[in-house]
Design a binder for this molecule. Structure first.
Ligand SMILES: Nc1ncnc2c1ncn2[C@@H]1O[C@H](COP(=O)(O)OP(=O)(O)OP(=O)(O)O)[C@@H](O)[C@H]1O
Length: 461
């Protein structure tokens, strides 16, 4: 695909020279001499490469260009913005790179260097496109029966229930520990429903602050709040005709639970700041790793909403309760990992390694097993088989348990490293707010309930 480069400089001579150079290299070129034109050119074209001279009118100061760089990236986060700065502006240019600009060049710019940086940015875009494409095809495959692996009775029972529920419009609640495959089941359900050609949209209710979650779900009108610079439809409208997957519904704040209940009862949503409701046709599938029933007893989850979302409950077994499926799943994840490590030759798992895997208790369930197999494939190097020594120390049975401190053990899986990072960040936010959980949650961009759940999970209470 021909990439468009947006050249932003108030000197027409510079633009003329670089337009020709870039065109010779096969790029399409758009240009602008000041910020308003730059933004309108960005919107008019599909430019994802930007060369931006920081010294722009009206003041001719570098801060002018810096503000524009931020706005360009806010409008097109995938864009690669290459900043051209004067010799004295290196610290500002470096700050821009930290905030998301791709690279910076100091004046005077050597044309060959500029071309090579643009070429590198274009190659990076091509790579990111490829990764996104692979992720899409992987996600599509995971909606397939082939990705719903398992023969154990508990798993088959859940799968049969899912297949029965699929053609109906009954709300489904999927319960199970983290990593047991709740989202995979939700996608499977959608893929087998009459809605399969419409959108499947997933949202994690615990990951967004309550006000943001409300406008994310129901949309908002321009001007409804300070940052509402234009109308936004919201996920219910985007999922119209399809399925909306409300992950971690147990983390939803009570005020929002009321609004969700009204939508489920009436099929109408009221965008934030709108005068009239809109009708939508959305099947809601919810999931939670929490015991919603006891939340209802504690009055932290509304019982009327509970009964609404729990038309049919599908309870997913923990991996430890379906060890019989482990060989099949481990082999499946090994095969999938090959897409990430294309030249790795390992296609099999030795009986010794498999015994080790079967002996683990897998608190992170299938997700943990998936990461373990990715790691093992990398560790196996040029070997054709995964051996015990390729497993992470904790699985080999000889390693010390994960430390109670902040640092993950050496050889920790990606999952464990992320958990350690999350633990550290939560502890830091709590320290910074003298233990005020609401403030700590706001700092972390979580709902209060979301933070409490995570503290629970990490033993930080
Ligand atoms: N039956 C299955 N067969 C093969 N792979 C599966 C199956 N179920 C889940 N997986 C894989 O296991 C991982 C975890 O699944 P998923 O994200 O659906 O879990 P989850 O229960 O929604 O987790 P969380 O509660 O943390 O959001 C994913 O990589 C998914 O592809």
């Amino acid at each position: 695909m021909t990439e468009t480069v947006l050249l932003i400089d108030d000197d027409p001579g510079f633009r003329d020279a670089y337009r020709e150079l870039l065109a010779l290299e096969g790029y399409a070129v758009a240009e602008a001499g000041a910020a308003p034109k730059a933004l309108s050119e960005l919107r008019r074209t599909s430019a994802r490469l930007v060369v931006l001279d920081l010294m722009l009118p009206p003041t001719g100061r570098a801060e002018e260009g810096a503000a524009l760089a931020d706005r360009l990236l806010a409008e097109r986060p995938a864009a690669k913005v290459i900043v051209v700065s004067g010799a004295g502006e290196t610290p500002l240019a470096l700050r821009l790179v930290e905030r998301g600009a791709y690279d910076f060049l100091a004046k005077p710019v050597d044309p060959d260097v500029l071309l090579s940086v643009v070429a590198r940015a274009a190659a990076r875009l091509a790579l990111e496109d490829r990764v996104a494409e692979l992720e899409r095809s992987l996600a599509a495959r995971e909606g397939d029966a082939s990705a719903m692996l398992g023969q154990s009775p508990a798993f088959l029972e859940a799968r049969t229930l899912c297949e029965r529920a699929a053609p109906t419009d009954v709300p489904v609640l999927i319960t199970g520990d983290s990593g047991t495959g709740k989202e995979v089941f939700a996608r499977y359900l959608h893929a087998r429903s009459r809605r399969k050609d419409k959108a499947f949209i997933a949202v994690n209710c615990g990951a967004l602050a309550p006000t943001l979650l409300e406008s994310t779900l129901f949309g908002h009108r321009k001007g409804a709040f300070t940052s509402a610079i234009k109308d936004a439809p919201g996920l219910f409208v985007e999922a119209d005709g399809g399925t909306l997957f409300l992950d971690e519904i147990g983390d939803m704040e009570p005020a929002l639970q009321v609004k969700l209940l009204r939508v489920l009862e009436t099929g109408e949503i009221l965008p934030v700041g709108a005068a009239r409701p809109l009708t939508v046709d959305v099947r809601v599938v919810s999931a939670t790793h929490r015991a919603l029933e006891s939340m209802v007893a504690d009055r932290t989850f509304r019982d009327d909403l509970y009964w609404r979302v729990r038309g049919i409950e599908i309870a997913l077994p923990r991996l430890a309760d379906r060890v019989g499926d482990l060989p099949l799943l481990a082999q499946h994840f090994l095969n999938l990992s090959r897409a990430l490590v294309p030249r790795a030759p390992a296609t099999a798992i030795s009986p010794g390694a498999m015994r080790r895997l079967e002996a683990c208790d897998w608190p992170g369930n299938l997700r943990e097993l998936r990461h373990e197999m990715q790691r093992a494939l990398v560790m196996a190097g040029g070997r054709g088989e995964i051996l015990e020594e390729d497993l992470s120390p904790a699985r080999r049975g000889s390693a010390p348990a994960a430390p109670a401190g902040d640092e993950p053990a050496e050889g920790a899986t990606l999952e464990e490293k992320i958990a350690a990072l999350e633990r550290r960040e939560i502890a830091a936010a709590l320290r910074a707010t003298q233990g005020n959980r609401s403030q700590a949650a706001a700092r972390l961009g979580l709902s209060r309930q979301g933070l409490l759940n995570k503290m629970d999970r990490h033993g930080l209470k």
